[in-house]
Design a protein around this ligand. Sequence first.
Ligand SMILES: *Cc1c(COP(=O)(O)O)cnc(C)c1O
Length: 405
Amino acid sequence: MIKISELRSDFPILSQKFNSKPLVYFDNAATTQKPKAVIERIVKYYSEENANVHRGVYKLSTIATDCYENSREVIREFINAQKTCEIIFTRGTTESINLVATSLYFSGILQENDEIIISEMEHHANIVPWQICCKNLKIKVLPFDGNGILQVEKLESLISTKTKLIAVTNASNTFGIINPIEQIIQIAKKHNILTLVDGAQIVPHHKVDMQKLDSDFFVFSGHKIYAPTGIGILYGKEEILNQMQPYHGGGEMIDKVTFEKTTFNSLPHKFEAGTPNISGAIALAEAIKYLEENHFPKLIEYEENLTKYLQNRLSEIDDIVIYGNSLDKLPVFSFNIKGIHHYDLGTLLDSQGIAVRTGNHCTQTIMQHFGIPGTLRVSLSFYNTTQEIDFFIKKLKTDIELLRG
Ligand SMILES: *Cc1c(COP(=O)(O)O)cnc(C)c1O
């Protein structure tokens, strides 16, 4: 059995008050809170280990370099990638996708008039980079049905000889539904098409396995898995990364520089120009260690029970419309109450210390599908409790009554 009260005491912010009320933090799909171990690891790095990496021969620099490179290995093991050089540090999911899009175009792997397929439920981070990288790239969209379930049976009909890549989220940050990503990758492989999986939402709630998944690219953000902002991961298969041009130029990513020509460093450094977010990388490894020391599979099981509990309690609410209905869900629920603006409800909940998300959740194409301006979104972590859910449901009911007048 895991002890949630003990886990909660690892997260200093959870004992803070906001609007004079204890914090009920239900916006974990936007970012997660950080355990003391992660916060203290950053302090330790700057107090005892700080130097630039891969630069000096002096002792302190080798300590910093070892910490940074060991973190890469921790992350490789966590996602079961085959090789450490397949782990590239970036600023987050957004930068990882921009890196892949731009670099595939620079390398001629993506060309004008090529096609890619994304899904209708992508985060803006998996739409806009493809529109920017190449002017005449044709983006085809795999639709979802009224329940938010991807219509994978339509995928084959979208594929043509010009299709170069399929980029789909493993789980939607708005619906919380886990997509049949293995099936999508299988179809892509059959047609020799590259795949990119947006893992930002799945990684904090599920064990992922790169060798099993067999996607060419997989991306996620540190801050959604209990690490700081400003650090993220691009996993790419060595073979494809080796064919790709660097995304940024500068120090660290080079082999030999002259004014006429520059040759590039080997993987993973080729894609890490400039001084990286060293403390962020180290703190990300620490966050992963924290999850593992606290029996990640048990935390996942607890979250699955919380998900079912919240799903049941939400179904008690009159006039609720939930966007994304499936049994295979992360603890992420988007909904509206008929006749009430989500923003008004969100504001009332905030006054009671309950932090929920309002708006379009960086998925305007989902809002367009349903013809709505936005939703409320509740997203949980293992540090949330059924008591918090009960308190939230109670307040939700009285706030709805209040707004109905
Ligand atoms: C949060 C999120 C992103 C963007 O992540 P950043 O950390 O803002 O770069 C992309 N996709 C999904 C599914 C997300 O949840």
